[in-house]
Design a protein around this ligand. Structure first.
Ligand SMILES: [Zn+2]
Length: 80
């Protein structure tokens, strides 16, 4: 996997799904071993692979809907 960036903590940056409404993609940071597991196809859920992800970060890999559009559509913040 070619990551967009890598930091000193051993985390890598990759792009989430494009938002279906505004077409912006979120950029996510995760530990490389976790990101590898995700992209290689895992039977574990996102919450298990990335226990440190926020609701918004997980959403970026499920639907891509960004915080701004989420608020416009649902009129409130995401909750877990
Ligand atoms: Zn959006």
């Amino acid at each position: 996997m070619a990551w967009l960036h890598r930091n000193e903590e051993g985390k890598v940056m990759f792009r989430g799904l494009p938002c279906p409404y505004c077409h912006k993609s979120a950029y996510l940071w995760a530990f490389e071993k976790d990101a590898d597991e995700y992209f290689q196809g895992s039977e574990r859920s996102l919450g298990e692979i990335f226990p440190y992800f926020s609701v918004s970060e997980k959403e970026a890999l499920i639907t891509g809907i960004c915080d701004e559009c989420w608020k416009k559509i649902f009129g409130q913040q995401k909750s877990s």
